[in-house]
Design a binder for this molecule. Structure first.
Ligand code: UDP
Length: 316
């Protein structure tokens, strides 16, 4: 197949690129490199099945030749990033998704939207199943991401219903793994890199908010399966292994063997109090469930950040 991945140089987009390249498909990765990085896809640059286009998908997208799939992965995805890039985040979710859907329609391609557990906002239902409509503050600091993704879901379904585009919608829960930027601001890279430097781990609030973390390979496997199943409604992909942020900080200190203390910082506005995916639908529709235990995934990720820190020290 010939597949366009918007956000193809990002954390998750580049892992999806790896997976599809390893299956022998042709991949066109498109990225404006605002939060993605060329280093994530450098290893494909000389492969004739691979093409990189430096482009911001919020502007009209032009791709020559046939396309079988448009995979829409482009967006800032860390709360710190979308606080710094609020308008770009709204534009890529709205205009970028519109352009990607228009391209899929013009090419007769299928379309996959990477949506997010943030569509559930600060959820009042626990765990979150796909039929829950969410509790989002539209004008809060996270609203730029949450509402853009909610709009992107609405637009995808409108293209499905109106134009018959074969759409897939994956709602991604907290995901970690290699290539998630050191300074991305999300809790996994932040805590691991603080722990590796024996600096204080910055727990927001009292750390009793919960999250459920999945390793990136599990996510990619779930998305790949969804491409093969003609199912057009949203599917949660996440690991239901829920813990508090304080427990997570203690786990990272233990796994890194760090001497870091824990420091408490103010809780950001609208920070969801709980988050845990109900994956009943993914199990029944895709035959999918996460396979990588959190300790194993974190150990691989810690190794990767150790190498990044060693490399950075070598260059400084
Ligand atoms: N968090 C934290 N310390 C940090 C970064 C994040 O305690 O240095 C908390 C944050 O308040 C949230 C959770 O960890 O409750 C997960 O945050 P992240 O930014 O990874 O993404 P979110 O799940 O909120 O989208």
């Amino acid at each position: 197949m010939r597949i366009l991945i918007t956000g193809g140089a990002g954390f998750i987009g580049s892992h999806m690129t790896d997976r599809l390249m390893s299956e022998g498909h042709q991949v066109v990765a498109m990225d404006n490199l605002v939060t993605g990085g060329i280093a994530n896809i450098e290893h494909h640059r000389s492969n004739p099945n691979f093409e990189f286009i430096h482009h911001d998908v919020s502007n009209h997208i032009h791709v020559q030749g046939r396309l079988d799939w448009v995979l829409n992965f482009a967006s800032p995805a860390s709360p710190i990033d979308y606080l710094q890039l609020p308008i770009q985040t709204l534009k890529v979710g709205a205009l970028g998704t519109h352009n990607a859907l228009g391209l899929a329609k013009a090419k007769g391609a299928n379309f996959l939207l990477t949506s997010t557990s943030e569509v559930y906002g600060d959820p009042l239902v626990h765990p979150q199943h796909e039929d829950y409509w969410g509790n989002v503050n539209p004008i809060g600091p996270r609203g730029v991401y949450d509402e853009a993704k909610r709009y992107a879901e609405a637009l995808s379904m409108a293209y499905h219903r109106t134009h018959g585009i074969d759409v897939r919608i994956v709602r991604i829960f907290n995901t970690y793994g290699p290539r998630n930027r050191v300074n991305d601001g999300r809790v996994v890279p932040t805590f691991i890199n603080q722990a590796l430097r024996n600096e204080p781990l910055t727990v927001f609030g009292e750390g009793n908010q919960t999250r459920s973390f999945q390793y990136v390979d599990d996510l990619i496997d779930g998305i790949r399966r969804l491409m093969d199943v003609p199912f057009n409604k949203p599917v949660n992909i996440g690991n239901p292994n829920e813990m508090t942020i304080l427990q997570f900080a203690e786990l990272i200190i233990r796994l890194t063997g760090s001497s870091s203390p824990i420091e408490f910082r103010p809780l950001p506005e609208d920070d969801p109090k709980t988050r845990k995916p109900d994956i009943t639908r993914a199990k029944s529709v895709l035959g999918w469930e996460p396979r990588v235990p959190v300790q194993e995934g974190l150990e691989k990720t810690i190794d990767w950040y150790r190498r990044v820190q060693a490399h950075d020290r070598g260059n400084s």
